[in-house]
Design a protein around this ligand. Sequence first.
Ligand SMILES: [Zn+2]
Length: 131
Amino acid sequence: MKNKIYQFMQGRYGADDLSRFSLWVAVAFLVVALITRNSILDTLALLILVWCYFRMLSKNYSKRYAENEWFLGIKSKVTGFFQGRANTAKQSKEYHIYKCPTCKQKIRVPRGKGKISIHCPKCNTDFIKKS
Ligand SMILES: [Zn+2]
């Protein structure tokens, strides 16, 4: 029996990031479908599961690989976006962003230093702001 499963799985693509992610999405959909008794989500979860198994059992390596690469590209874009946001939020706690009145260049100034003179590195204007 074990041998048969092994033979069956040989040459198959198997699990990757995309299939793991879609499994989680399917599970999430199933949970929400159970709570809300939403039959559309139920069907959607089933479709995702079928698609997921189709990919894992597929023998078309290059196509599956390309799909996974595409997914990883989107994933890194999404995580990059949120990391960028978290960064700005963190910075706004410690820094004030001012715009130069002359050239609109954004200048980062540390907070809590009282009235300071800010020098614009782009157009050499000096202006006074409270930090
Ligand atoms: Zn300027």
